[in-house]
Design a protein around this ligand. Sequence first.
Ligand SMILES: N[C@@H](CCC(=O)N[C@@H](CS)C(=O)NCC(=O)O)C(=O)O
Length: 137
Amino acid sequence: MIKAILLKIFREGVGGLMAFVSYITTPPKLKRSDIEQKKVSAMAKNMSLYNYFACPFCIKVRRTVRRLNIPLEIRDAQIRGGEHRNTLEKQGGKIKVPCLRIDEGDETTWMYESNDIIAYLNTTFDPSYHAKGATAG
Ligand SMILES: N[C@@H](CCC(=O)N[C@@H](CS)C(=O)NCC(=O)O)C(=O)O
């Protein structure tokens, strides 16, 4: 019991530190024309990212979201009994973060796995991604 609590405190501490370092080393935002940015905003309305603040996989995805200048909703799935956690479990199928929710008409896709989410966001929102040799985070 005590060991589990100490481990949780350690994980949250390291995660919090990573979130802080990520914040102070925020990559510059991708600049687009007003028209292009409006298109991105419209697409982002159909997406939301379920995450934990201090999860390293979530931090990695949030950096990509920030760099690509995507105004999507970030939802905290950490609170036990919370609305977003319940939705993630019931509709997504499991509690695992990060998870990108994409609503297209009547269909909802629940994309788990940080690397898959990052690849999807890069291909969808960064026109120069392939030209860069697909190395951007
Ligand atoms: N391979 C996954 C790992 C994700 C992962 O392990 N996430 C942890 C949080 S850091 C999780 O959701 N654990 C389940 C839980 O906390 O209930 C990825 O890259 O997205």
